[in-house]
Design a protein around this ligand. Structure first.
Ligand code: ZN
Length: 76
């Protein structure tokens, strides 16, 4: 199997999925994905994508919550 973007080699890996929308941010660790060894493009299977939506829709409890500093380049 080859990367759809660059034609590079694909490897199965556990990755951290990050989500950002408006003022909401979340990370999901240890997500199984296929990652291009060349451009690092991540591809999730339809099953995994379905599960990721559940995290976004608050169907699971987070394992931990961290404080994240937010900066604005225009306010420095
Ligand atoms: Zn690629």
């Amino acid at each position: 199997m080859r990367c759809v973007i660059c034609g590079g080699k694909i490897e199965k890996k556990k990755v951290t999925f990050s989500y950002e929308q408006k003022n909401r941010y979340l990370f999901v660790k240890n997500v199984p994905a296929e990652v291009c060894t060349n451009c690092e493009e991540k591809t999730y299977s339809p099953e995994v994508t379905d599960e990721l939506l559940k995290f976004v829709n608050d169907e699971f409890l987070p394992v931990k919550t961290i404080k994240v500093p937010i900066f604005d380049f225009m306010t420095r």
